[in-house]
Design a protein around this ligand. Structure first.
Ligand code: ASP
Ligand code: MG
Length: 439
């Protein structure tokens, strides 16, 4: 059995949905199809929710009506037969009635989650109506019946496995299943979600749960690229990556894949393929256990980074100093990305300024604290990169005009990270494209 996940742009237009239907019916292998909401929908739902939380019902109502009009037009274009159109309009009626009812009840976090869930519920039901119109046999599997997170918001892979296998067992005559990405139930049994962009995570969790032969993530780009195509002119798709390399890249900014989505597939050793709906024949990127080759494969950048340097002569020969420093970050639930130390100073980076003021205040008794905002982490990722000949020389000669603020090397055999002022991000990525890839 395999898993195929389609993102918002892959289902965002009626003709794209038609194309998805072709892609999922090509092979004979039983398949679970995971869909995101139509592109733009989750953003609209967030806006509706925000307006409601601010007590602005008028604005919320206006946005609900706009969204409904969009879906009405979508259905007219997607479906051609009277009875399936009728069914789809009933689906719209159900979900937009729900949205209109919540206008009248008081806002809560649980309600917010219910609102956000509408996008994937709508996309899967409309797609199912289209498959029905085409006479394509399938079953809609409600994600809310098997996808769950615990009280720490971690997916419960064990129970997902059990529930999903029961559902599949009861329907073992079916070959094609459609389900929602992103949505799940939480420890209280309420509707919840796997955070923005979480449909990839759903796909990977399902793939792990059923030990799928492959987890295909279909988007609108032909795989992971060696550099950011929005910034650098010439980039190339990476043919193959290991799970570790892909996890580093996804975390450090390669937008194509959600960072959390690697571990479930990795745990069950299910290969992940990144494919392009616009160019289905392109090879894309395959992510497997082994790295395939040694050396630099890609660079990626993560913005919005804050560097904090704590300098103290008391650190000299002292033990327990770092623990005290780290405890401050722990207390404020702020995770650290990069760390470098010298005998009298330690520098760390964080990617959230929510508790910056409190953190700095608590660090000040330890020494002089310097904060640099608007920094970017540029990560160079590749298997056994540290052992690759000349890599440091090439790297540093490529970026010799860039005022690098921090370097992290050796923490992972697959990653070298540089911290640069964000104003130098474009330049750094372009220089590295030339210096490391000759592009
Ligand atoms: N629809 C959700 C979002 O836009 C989940 C996803 O697309 O992965 O974040
Ligand atoms: Mg998406």
């Amino acid at each position: 059995m395999k898993v195929m996940k389609f993102g918002g742009t892959s289902v965002g237009k009626p003709e794209r949905m038609h194309q998805v239907a072709q892609l999922i019916t090509k092979g004979d292998e039983p398949t679970i199809v995971v869909l995101s909401a139509l592109s733009g929908t989750t953003n609209s739902l967030v806006e509706i929710s925000t307006s409601l939380s601010q007590g602005d019902r008028m604005a919320a109502k206006q946005k609900i009506d706009q969204l409904e009009a969009h879906y009405r037009a979508f259905v007219l274009d997607l479906l051609k037969k009277e009875d399936t159109r009728h069914k789809a309009n009933d689906v719209l009626k159900e979900h937009f009635e729900f949205l209109n009812i919540i206008l009248r009840i008081s806002f809560s976090e649980a309600l917010n989650k219910d609102i956000l869930a509408q996008g994937e519920l709508l996309s899967t039901k409309l797609f199912s109506a289209y498959l029905e119109e085409q006479g394509i046999d399938h079953l809609l599997l409600p994600a809310l019946e098997f996808m769950s997170i615990d009280s720490n918001e971690e997916p419960q892979l064990g129970s997902i496995k059990i529930k999903l296998s029961q559902l599949l067992h009861h329907n073992n005559a079916k070959k094609l299943f459609i389900t929602q990405g992103y949505i799940c139930r939480n420890a209280k049994g309420e509707v919840d979600n796997l955070k923005r962009g979480g449909s990839d995570y759903t796909a990977s969790l399902i793939a792990a749960a059923i030990k799928a032969t492959v987890c295909e993530i279909w988007t609108d780009i032909d795989g992971m690229h060696n550099n950011d195509p929005r910034i650098v002119d010439k980039t190339i798709a990476i043919k193959q990556l290991s799970f570790d390399e892909a996890a580093e890249l996804a975390y450090f900014g390669a937008k194509i894949l959600h960072p959390t989505c690697i571990w479930p597939a990795q745990q069950e050793n299910v290969p992940v393929k990144l494919l392009n709906t616009m160019q289905p024949e392109a090879a894309g990127t395959v992510i497997t256990k082994e790295a395939g080759s040694v050396g630099v494969k890609a660079v990626a950048a993560k913005d919005g980074i804050i560097a904090i340097k704590i300098k103290s002569s008391r650190m000299l020969l002292a033990y327990g100093f770092l623990r005290k420093v780290f405890e401050v970050f722990e207390k404020y639930h702020t995770s650290i990305d990069m760390i470098t130390t010298s005998e009298v100073a330690v520098s760390v980076t964080i990617d959230s300024d929510i508790y910056l003021l409190q953190i700095v205040r608590e660090l000040e008794p330890f020494g002089t604290v310097d904060v640099e905002q608007q920094q970017t982490i540029v990560s160079i990722v590749g298997n056994e990169i540290a052992q690759t000949e000349d890599v440091l020389q090439k790297l540093f000669s490529a970026v010799k005009e860039v005022p690098v603020t921090m370097v992290s090397y050796g923490g992972s055999p697959h990653n070298i990270s540089l911290l640069v002022p964000s104003t130098y991000k474009t330049k750094t990525l372009q220089l590295l494209n030339k210096g490391l890839f000759g592009l």
